[in-house]
Design a protein around this ligand. Structure first.
Ligand code: BTN
Length: 250
């Protein structure tokens, strides 16, 4: 099967590409419409957090994808997005891992994040990749947490990493992972995510949305990317959503 068609819509300053993609999806935008912004004033992260997205400093995009897979499989799209972004970062020579569920990390911290929403029959896959943000320019709350392609990869022979080239790379990898998702479903994708998971077989603590905290060892991922935690009970705990803290240095 050939690569899915995509159409990149480049915008300047917007509130959030997720919001624009939602409106366009409602208006019937075809699958493969990719909303790209130079800057977001209200970039949205997971769990209601803000996503810092200054002008020309990163890849800020939302991909409208109308899937033919059964809706039960759609939650795995977050894992698929994280795998694509991590693959793109590796192609730049930067070692990159996935911190469950959706953080793409490198040695210096969080380099990218993925956010998936559903609008009717459309999946909205939001991707934020810090490109030329420098550590010293980050807002205080991100010090020691976020990193970027520039900070991880450096400048080689004075050659500044190129934002358009990074966008192309990400679009390429996302198109490929969506093609695989459509053809084969999430199983193989999730398997690959586990292989580059930052908490593989490590002691973890997961704070559940309802407030409980689970402590145990991360031993795998469920079919839709849920984390499986061995917490000393006969059955593994399968967690679809939560805040994960590694109790071991990675
Ligand atoms: C996270 O790690 O919390 C997810 C971050 C997702 C950020 C991207 S940037 C493009 C798209 N538009 C948004 O408002 N958010 C996503």
């Amino acid at each position: 099967m050939s690569q899915p068609r995509f159409d990149i819509v480049r915008l300047g300053t917007v509130d959030s590409t997720q919001r624009i993609a939602r409106d366009r999806a409602r208006e019937g935008a075809p699958s493969g419409t990719v909303i790209v912004a130079a800057e977001q004033t209200q970039g949205r992260g997971r769990n209601g957090r803000r996503w810092y997205s200054p002008a020309e400093a990163g890849v800020w995009l939302t991909w409208i994808h109308r899937s033919r897979r059964p809706p039960e499989e759609w939650p795995a799209i977050t894992s698929a997005g994280a795998l694509a972004v991590s693959a793109g970062i590796r192609r730049l020579g930067i070692d990159s891992y996935i911190r469950w569920p959706n953080d793409v990390i490198a040695a210096g911290g969080k380099l990218a994040g993925v956010l998936a929403d559903v609008e009717g029959d459309a999946l909205l896959l939001g991707v934020g990749v810090n490109h030329s943000l420098r550590r010293e320019d980050l807002p205080e709350e991100l010090h020691g947490i976020a990193t970027s392609i520039s900070d991880e990869g450096g400048w080689v022979a004075d050659e500044r990493p190129n934002l358009d080239a990074t966008l192309d790379l990400m679009v390429d990898e996302i198109a490929e992972v969506l093609r695989r998702f459509e053809e084969g479903g999430p199983r193989e994708i999730v398997r690959e995510v586990w292989l580059i998971s930052s908490v593989r077989n490590r002691s973890v603590q997961v704070e559940l949305p309802e407030g409980d905290t689970i402590v145990g060892r991360a031993v795998g991922l469920g079919p839709l990317g849920e984390i499986l935690v061995d917490h000393g009970h006969p059955n593994l705990m399968k967690i679809a959503n939560g805040r994960l803290v590694s109790l071991e240095e990675s």
